[in-house]
Design a protein around this ligand. Structure first.
Ligand SMILES: [Zn+2]
Length: 339
């Protein structure tokens, strides 16, 4: 990649809209926390952890993901995890993040809801004050645990609703369609929260339709399989419901064979509001800038397309319209200087 292009990607203000905070647990921090908290890990070294990060599909990743987060025990651990991510984002000129957390992955191993959300939100507040990164927090339900568990999680979240901006749906997709979560999503909508859902990563286009129609989502997380259904693509173009695409994740989890096969450029050129995000960067080999760089290189994106993807990140965000407009103007002005 030439220096001008790299400079453009590195310096334009950016957002991240699809990021699981537990997926930012780097091997070094995993080891440090395991030592501190007396948690046994099935790895002898950081190098051994890194070597284990060769996945066949979503499930093979999820097994390691849930195993690794057992080292997160105390409020300070969640704070340190979140702050490390925010510091990294400040270095990458990210100015706004909308991050996921998975309360069930912690409460089911005896860590309280308050410990989890307390540590994460303390760091988000400090990140806003010290690093100037605005944020939203999205609580995800683990879809493979079913709706009864999701409803129990919704109940557990009630004392903390002021800290939560939206709900999402993640974990093993196939066999766990969105429509099964209609009741709990309706409760979230009635409480004034935004809704999003992972759909069309490994699951079929029908899952995307059902997330739109039954869960009233304002964004689809992943959604790359939309391209298999022309009627769905037309609908996404018409409504401009955004897709939060995660290119490196899609390659690591074999949704596409290699980056050159990724359909992000096709979705973009069809007129869908696609954005670039990192999903679980500690596991998938790169944070936000790296996702932009590898995607732009492999797909031969033009400078204008790179700028469009950056702008889409703001358009697709939950920021107020006036703030969005300010960022979009700034991006155009900065891009005009560089390109
Ligand atoms: Zn995800």
């Amino acid at each position: 990649m030439n220096q001008t292009r790299l400079h453009l990607i590195e310096t334009l203000p950016k957002t991240e809209l699809h990021l699981h905070i537990e997926g930012t647990l780097m091997p070094e921090m995993m080891f440090a926390l395991a030592r501190k908290n007396g948690v046994a890990l099935p790895y002898a070294s950081v190098a051994e952890v890194a070597a284990a990060y060769a996945f066949d599909d979503l499930q093979s990743f999820l097994n390691l993901y849930y195993e690794g987060m057992a080292v997160l025990q105390h409020r300070q651990d969640f704070y340190d995890l979140t702050m490390a991510y925010l510091q990294r984002m400040a270095d990458e000129a990210v100015v706004h993040v909308e991050i996921f957390f998975d309360p069930q992955a912690h409460t089911r191993r005896g860590v309280s809801f308050e410990t989890v959300i307390g540590g994460i939100t303390d760091a988000l507040k400090d990140g806003q004050a010290r690093l100037g990164i605005s944020y939203r927090l999205i609580m995800c339900f683990l879809r493979d645990l079913g709706e009864a568990e999701a409803l129990a999680t919704w109940q557990a979240a009630q004392p903390f609703l002021a800290l939560i901006d939206g709900v999402g749906l993640d974990s093993a997709e196939v066999g766990h369609p969105p429509e099964a979560f209609q009741a709990v999503y309706q409760m979230a909508l009635d409480a004034g929260l935004k809704t999003v859902a992972h759909a069309g990563e490994e699951g079929p286009p029908e899952y995307i339709w059902n997330a739109l129609n039954d869960l009233k989502v304002s964004r689809i997380d992943h959604g790359v399989r939309a391209l298999e259904d022309p009627e769905l693509v037309a609908h996404l173009v018409h409504t401009q419901v955004p897709l939060t695409v995660c290119p490196l994740s899609n390659i690591k989890l074999r949704v596409f064979d290699d980056m050159g096969q990724h359909n992000l450029k096709s979705l973009l050129e069809a007129g869908v509001c696609v954005t670039i995000n990192s999903d679980d960067p500690a596991y998938f080999g790169g944070y936000l800038v790296e996702n932009f760089v590898q995607t732009a290189d492999a797909l031969g994106l033009s400078d204008a397309q790179v700028v469009q993807l950056v702008k889409n990140g703001f358009v697709a965000s939950d920021l107020p319209d006036a703030e969005k407009a300010g960022y979009l103007q700034r991006i155009d002005a900065l891009a005009a200087q560089v390109v």
